[in-house]
Ligand binder design. Structure first.
Ligand code: JHZ
Length: 410
């Protein structure tokens, strides 16, 4: 079965949900298309969002089989300096909080191409990656990062602990939201961690998603959209305790959470964030319904802007064939009729087409070569990095369109 309807909340196990956002049937966000398949019909999967009426976890109403999404994965983090800087910050904080030395083991769940682990490996700390994507596990191995090509599970965690011993640090960046069985995930992490070990995870924060209209970060890979309230309920079921929480600007606003087996003294961040969540009413269905209305307005604004540009005989390219970009394009009904081409720094995406919208993807140099009149920044979370990189395009009169929180022409 490729699609499963959610019947029970993955945190509190209650069965009562309210749906508030229907994005429709959309191709998989990382399902880029080979040139020979571009006229074939693309598979579309439902993308609808609900809130658990009990614990208030915002989540997808339907789940796509993870092996369809994660066995061959084109996304790699090492193509963005901003993300690599974020990884180096996480590594430094891990080294500090875990008092790591060369005997310490760091395990990264969803280790992708080994980008985060390479910061530890670089200073002689022992590392182990776990990732279900066969192509990425191979790339990581080529970089010298030992990687187990599998999904994390309790039996796998037991085997690793037996063979490698306990880990001082376990990391999972942009992974927790991908996993359905959270209780099993945390059981596996508890097995992997040493008694004084720390689990560090990072994921996009619902407060930012709602207040900044980041609807395109909602996609089949992201099953949960976390806020502090349901997270605290999740913690009641697991043995790890929060010792530190950081609200970071990465990806438009994320939470970086440090959990330990020991009791910790938590700083005031949780209380502050809870207050912010309450002030913005992000677990109130009326707030979520208002958000859904704003998303519809943004959709027509963006479509209208691009149609007007096209009518004036001007050209538009897309920058960053991001997963979120594919959601934005498909939901807003934007295709190769409005956008001539896309560019992306990821070698594995170049030469392919965006799913559903059928836009060809080129290396970034194509922007200066073809000088489109407008560039729609689909990777808006890296808008600053991209605009700095493309100064030459800008000084020659090129203009950028940033789609969220509202359509803005720079
Ligand atoms: P980026 C992925 O989402 C998928 P995406 C995943 N599910 C997740 O949670 C997030 O990452 C974290 C390109 N780019 O990172 C590279 C340039 O071309 O926002 C990427 O393809 N030039 C794991 O795909 C894309 O943009 C540049 O200068 O939405 C950005 O994708 C820069 C900076 C990026 O994640």
């Amino acid at each position: 079965m490729q699609i499963k309807k959610i019947t029970q909340c993955r945190i509190c196990k209650q069965k009562n949900f309210t749906k508030f956002l229907l994005l429709g049937n959309i191709p998989l966000p990382n399902g880029f298309i080979k040139p020979e398949d571009v006229h074939k019909k693309v598979n579309r999967y439902p993308l609808n969002v609900c809130i658990c009426n009990h614990c208030k976890l915002v989540q997808l109403c339907e789940l796509v089989n993870p092996s369809v999404m994660f066995h061959n994965y084109v996304y790699i983090p090492s193509t963005s300096q901003t993300r690599m800087r974020n990884f180096s910050e996480i590594a430094l904080q891990a080294i500090d909080i875990g008092k790591l030395n060369q005997d310490s083991l760091v395990i990264d769940i969803g280790s992708n191409d080994g980008s985060l682990l390479s910061f530890f490996k670089g200073i002689g700390i022992k590392t182990l990656g776990i990732d279900p994507a066969e192509n990425l596990a191979k790339i990581a191995e080529l970089k010298g990062i030992e990687t187990i090509n599998d999904f994390i599970s309790v039996p796998l965690a037991r085997t690793i602990r037996k063979v490698k011993g306990p880990a001082k640090i376990v990391t999972a960046t942009n992974v927790v939201a991908h996993i359905h069985n959270l209780r099993e995930l945390f059981e596996a992490i508890e097995i992997l961690l040493d008694d004084d070990g720390i689990f560090i995870c990072e994921f996009p924060y619902l407060l930012d998603l709602i207040t900044k209209n980041q609807f395109d970060t909602i996609y089949h890979e992201h099953l949960s959209y976390f806020s502090i309230k349901p997270l605290l309920i999740l913690l009641e079921f697991i043995k790890l305790r929060p010792v530190k929480i950081i609200h970071t600007p990465i990806d438009g606003g994320s939470l970086r959470i440090f959990l330990s087996k020991k009791m910790g003294t938590l700083d005031s961040t949780i209380a502050k964030l809870l207050k912010e969540e309450e002030k913005n009413g992000i677990d109130d269905i009326k707030t979520l319904q208002k958000f859904a209305k704003r998303v519809q307005i943004l959709k027509s604004e963006l479509h209208k802007t691009l149609v007007q540009i096209k009518r004036r005989g001007k050209t538009v390219a897309a920058y960053g064939a991001a997963a979120k970009g594919n959601i934005l394009l498909n939901f807003c009904g934007i295709s190769n009729k409005l956008i001539e081409f896309a560019v992306d720094s990821t070698p594995y995406k170049q030469g392919l087409y965006t799913p559903g919208s059928k836009i060809p993807i080129f290396p970034e140099s194509e922007i200066v070569k073809r000088r489109p009149d407008y560039v729609l920044i689909l990777a808006w979370n890296f808008a600053e990095e991209i605009m700095n990189k493309q100064k030459q395009y800008k000084t020659r009169g090129g203009r950028f369109i940033i789609p969220v929180p509202q359509v803005t022409v720079v």
